[in-house]
Design a protein around this ligand. Structure first.
Ligand code: PLP
Length: 367
């Protein structure tokens, strides 16, 4: 009888496995019957779980817990801030980089998108040009790190330029959480968005952080929860899980922020196939992300073959997987169609072992 091959999950930027300790916390929270808004002791117990989680997530990004609002994930967080701005001003008052996540990009009219260079970095001169042209209040969206290439954006510089022209900055920091040391007050943006399932928390959790408590009108209203910023009974088990994951990644920051294994993988991949191209290699990138092209071998075909061999990787963002279009991020970087259509993303996490990656390299190199 043949032994089934161990599956190897290499798609942490799409979603990460829920940490076993987090599962225990979620399961305990499911047994808390109270509503966090109720004043009796059952309600107060549910409230305690929510507030402990708020403290843990806030501590991870070095902000005051009162500046953090729990929502259902990164998409809701981005949509809330951008929709609030569009409702008060106009669609054309929202600008941002060409490589934003679709949950941001969908709100930015074509003419308001700022290009990136061949390394995947936002063009700061173009940020300034765009900001200078605004005559009304504007919101500039810049992600902390790109989900596909891992390229880390110069958020500080963007903030300085946008603030110089009286704009506000939304930083989608979903992919930076855990993988980069974060001290939000130093980054300087006005709004930040995060997602719990990228750091070993449950899917359907996330938050908005507004360090200086800049006002915005919430999307979901009709209850006083989350200080009136997000109505509806809190997702207590999910929030509890997000908080527990935040604590774990804070304790294991040295593991999450170590790029040794990623670098070893890239060396092995390029030694195995000299025709491979690592995308964004010369830029500062997330320590867990490799985007690699094998010109001539379409990414869809690579993903299917790798899946059959037991490896989960993706092309583009999870939201666009299934579609065979080249990624908007790689196109924005000016890569040729041949390169863009043959790129896959390998994103690793703390559970991945070197032996698994060695097997991966062997399988991938024969594609
Ligand atoms: N922003 C970025 C950069 C992401 O990578 C993602 C998810 O892949 C999101 C936003 C959306 O987050 P969520 O899946 O929690 O809605």
């Amino acid at each position: 009888m043949s032994v089934p091959k161990k599956r190897v999950y290499l798609d942490y930027n799409a979603s990460s496995p829920v940490h076993p300790e987090v599962i225990n916390h979620i399961s305990d929270a499911l047994n808390v019957q109270g509503n966090p808004s109720s004043v009796h002791s059952d309600g107060r117990e549910a409230r305690r779980l929510v507030e402990e989680a708020r403290e843990a997530v806030a501590a991870l990004v070095r902000v005051s817990p009162k500046t953090l609002t729990f929502v259902s994930g990164g998409t809701e967080a981005n949509s809330t801030i951008i929709s609030a701005f569009k409702n008060t001003h106009s669609a054309s008052s929202v600008l941002g980089s060409e490589i934003e996540h679709p949950s941001v990009l969908v709100h930015i009219p074509q003419g308001q998108r700022v290009p990136v260079n061949e390394h995947g970095l936002i063009d700061l001169a173009e940020v300034e040009n765009a900001a200078r042209m605004q005559s009304t209040p504007f919101l500039f969206c810049v992600m902390l790190a790109n989900n596909e290439t891992g390229v880390v954006q110069p958020v500080n510089e963007v903030v300085d330029l946008v603030h110089k022209y009286n704009g506000l900055v939304l930083c989608d920091a979903v992919q930076g959480l855990a993988k980069l040391p974060l001290h939000l007050p130093d980054l300087g943006a006005d709004f930040y968005t995060f997602s719990g399932h990228k750091i070993g928390g449950p899917k359907g959790t996330g938050c908005i952080v507004v360090p200086n408590e800049t006002a915005y009108s919430p999307s979901i209203i009709g209850g006083g929860q989350e200080r009136g910023k997000r109505a509806g009974t809190e997702n207590v088990p999910g929030i509890r899980g997000f908080g527990a994951a935040a604590k774990i990644v804070a304790e294991q920051a040295h593991i999450y922020q170590d790029n040794t294994m990623r670098d070893q993988l890239e060396t092995a991949l390029t030694q195995a196939r000299s025709d491979a191209i690592i995308i964004g290699q010369d830029a500062l990138r997330l320590p867990n992300t490799t985007n690699i092209a094998l010109p001539g071998t379409p990414s869809g075909r690579q993903i299917i073959k790798l899946d059959l061999a037991g490896f989960s990787v993706s092309a583009g963002s999870a939201c666009s997987s299934g579609k065979v279009e080249p990624s908007h991020v790689l196109v924005a970087m000016g890569l040729s169609t041949d390169v863009a259509e043959s790129a896959i993303r390998i994103s690793i996490g703390p559970d991945v072992e070197w032996a698994d990656l060695e097997r991966f390299v062997t399988e991938w190199s024969t594609l």
